[in-house]
Design a protein around this ligand. Structure first.
Ligand SMILES: [Mn+2]
Length: 348
């Protein structure tokens, strides 16, 4: 990007800051939402906006409906860290505390279909968008927006705003924002990594951010992804729509890696899938998901575990992964389909 382009963007951002301040100060409460399946840029930018609302003396809430089992571990760890300082709510909780003078700020997304509270957009007095993704016909209609695809990340935009508002933030917040930038720029290698990005990184470092925090967060999640992929590579499919995979008996996995593998197998749309892996010297874990045709709880109960129709888990001591897999295959006959399904079949 040329220096002139950056100057133009900075001017636009200054104008936007004035509008943002006016809208927030004229609102009762501020709700912040980002795209479903929030990533680091999403959650960190939402936290930054919360700080802006705080500076302008407005109560703010971050709306997240993502289920824990579908969330990125790095995002979950940030949510745990900030739980005492920022309000994180679900759409259902929003419906209980809304007033008739609230503003919704959409961050790191601009299309209605990307956000969890899309059905309630009409209820907000103002909608504001802050994002770095391109717009299209599905972009939420509002006059108050700062959307700039030439910038690397929403965290880059939010960091600039924090400095314009003269907001003092600690090294933890600086770390989250930096992690958002590092993620969205493919570790500062993307074409959108401009001199402005590096200036932003420098601001964050001067606030105490540690570049290794971001790299470690991302490396860990990358490593987890690779291990999960390795685990599900050898999945077997059976003709009655059962997917089973098991790790090598000597390979030890984390419990959440096994759960993530089961989530990943959902993509193959089997009626049930089961992932089996060793989690310590004595214990084999199973994680299972279904589309509702087979009651996972019943299957897991046969291994001393439990769950509900759609998901469940069990842990078995003193066996090996292959034995557990064979036992599962044996019991998962087509007649394991749950009652409601059998009834449906009888009627038809
Ligand atoms: Mn982003």
């Amino acid at each position: 990007m040329t220096n002139n382009e950056i100057k133009t963007i900075n001017t636009k951002l200054k104008q936007f800051k004035i509008k943002l301040q006016e809208k927030v100060e004229n609102s009762n409460q501020i709700f912040i939402v980002t795209h479903k399946h929030a990533d680091l840029d999403a959650i960190a930018s939402a936290i930054g906006i919360s700080l802006i609302a705080k500076k302008l003396k407005r109560k703010s809430y971050i709306i997240i409906d993502d289920k824990v089992e579908n969330s990125n571990s790095e995002v979950l760890s940030i949510i745990d860290d900030i739980a005492n300082y920022f309000e994180i709510i679900t759409t259902n909780m929003y419906r209980e505390i809304k007033s008739d003078n609230d503003t919704l700020i959409i961050t790191d997304a601009n299309k209605g279909t990307q956000i969890c509270c899309n059905d309630y957009l009409d209820e907000f007095k103002n909608i504001i968008i802050i994002d770095h993704h391109s717009q299209n016909s599905k972009t939420v209609a509002t006059a108050t927006k700062f959307i700039e695809p030439r910038l690397s990340s929403t965290c880059e935009i939010i960091t600039s705003l924090l400095h314009q508002f003269n907001i003092n933030y600690n090294e933890h917040i600086a770390n989250y924002l930096l992690a958002g930038i590092i993620l969205d720029t493919n570790k500062l290698r993307s074409e959108t990594s401009t001199q402005k990005t590096f200036e932003t990184v420098s601001k964050l470092l001067s606030k105490g951010a540690d570049i290794n925090y971001a790299y470690e967060l991302l490396d860990e999640s990358y490593e987890t992804k690779m291990r999960v992929n390795d685990l599900i590579r050898e999945t077997d499919f059976y003709n009655y729509s059962v997917a089973i995979c098991y790790g090598k008996n000597e390979d030890v996995y984390k419990k959440e890696e096994i759960a993530k593998a089961a989530n990943a197998l959902l993509e193959f749309k089997a009626d049930i899938n089961c992932v089996i892996g060793r989690i310590d010297e004595e214990t084999i874990a199973i994680s299972s998901r279904s589309n509702g045709k087979i009651n996972v709880n019943k299957v897991m109960e046969t291994f001393g575990g439990g769950g509900d129709i759609f998901r469940g888990a069990a842990q078995i001591k003193g066996t090996d992964t292959e034995i557990v897999a064979k036992k599962l295959i044996k019991i998962l006959k087509p007649n394991f389909y749950n009652n409601s399904e059998e009834e449906k079949n009888e009627k038809s």
